[in-house]
Design a binder for this molecule. Structure first.
Ligand SMILES: NC(=O)c1ccc[n+]([C@@H]2O[C@H](COP(=O)([O-])OP(=O)(O)OC[C@H]3O[C@@H](n4cnc5c(N)ncnc54)[C@H](OP(=O)(O)O)[C@@H]3O)[C@@H](O)[C@H]2O)c1
Length: 257
């Protein structure tokens, strides 16, 4: 049985993934943005191997999340699930970054670099990543006027490129990206066509399954099938430039193989 850490597991797809893994007998470490949100986990809290706390808008709290996970022990898999959708304004995090960039891109990058290397990594992207090309010129939205849909799309393209960069850099780790579809969560809304069970299935399968089909790396998945992502995500030069820029913005380097 595997031990899996899931970011953003107080609600939606993260919580559903935790429930599914626990029902299958795996060990799960949950993540909540605050002690108040953790208190709302109810009976789920009594079934898990640990709960770590930290607001991913803050780089300092994100580093603390990595420390808390490492204190629990080495994870077999990490599902980078936490995310925010379109935000009305750029906002400014404690470190001065755009909120969407901080939660959707910088946090998975920091956690990838600082959590003791697991055997598998899964990053939640979106089909909307296809509208996100060209972000490197202004990753943190300091030069452009704010465009909520474009900012979300860019962050979801960046996370695919991050997954693929890690796949290239760490050949001993399986690193994949998932588009869960349009799912009925707080983010997806009540009219979304995909139920929670279907929406969480691909990421939990990639995290723990021993089936040969699940033991691949550097792929983009949608509902248990591989798909072709936007071309920038598969471009090694884009991946390398992104990793360099994320290193500059966070002050955290991504270790080599
Ligand atoms: N639902 C969809 O249709 C859809 C489609 C494509 C991709 N996705 C992706 O799937 C992932 C999960 O989405 P979802 O639909 O389950 O969203 P959700 O229902 O809004 O849940 C998001 C989770 O992330 C957590 N989170 C957000 N900001 C955080 C922060 N600053 N610090 C700590 N935790 C934070 C939330 O915590 P709180 O409860 O405290 O806010 C919650 O647990 C996201 O990455 C999203 O982009 C979703």
């Amino acid at each position: 049985m595997a031990t899996v850490f899931i970011t953003g597991s107080t609600d939606g797809l993260g919580r559903a993934a935790a429930q599914s893994l626990l029902d299958d007998g795996h060990h799960v470490v949950l993540h909540a943005r605050s002690a108040e949100r953790a208190a709302g986990l109810g009976e789920l809290a009594s079934r898990v191997a640990g709960i770590v706390i930290g607001d991913l808008r803050s780089a300092a709290q994100t580093r603390s999340v990595a420390d808390q996970v490492n204190a629990i022990g080495r994870m077999d898999a990490v599902i980078h699930n936490a995310g925010v959708y379109t935000e009305g304004t750029r906002g400014s995090t404690p470190e001065g970054h755009a909120g969407v960039l901080a939660v959707n891109t910088l946090a998975p990058y920091i956690l990838t670099a600082l959590i003791e290397r697991p055997r598998r990594l899964v990053y939640l992207s979106s089909g909307l990543h296809r509208g996100g090309e060209g972000s490197l010129r202004d990753l943190d939205w300091t030069k452009r006027s704010w465009d909520p849909a474009k900012a979300y799309a860019e962050s979801k393209l960046q996370v695919v490129a991050l997954a693929f960069a890690v796949a290239r850099r760490w050949p001993d780790v399986l690193s994949n990206a998932v588009d869960p579809g349009w799912v009925r969560t707080r983010m997806g809304g009540p009219g979304a066509p995909v139920d929670l069970e279907t929406g969480q299935r691909t990421q939990t399968w990639l995290a723990v399954s021993e089936e040969p089909a699940a033991k691949v790396s550097g792929r983009y998945w949608h509902h248990m099938r591989q798909e072709e992502p936007a071309s920038e995500a598969t471009d090694a030069e884009f991946q390398d430039q992104l990793i360099a820029r994320l290193g500059e913005l966070t002050g955290v380097g991504l270790p080599g193989a």
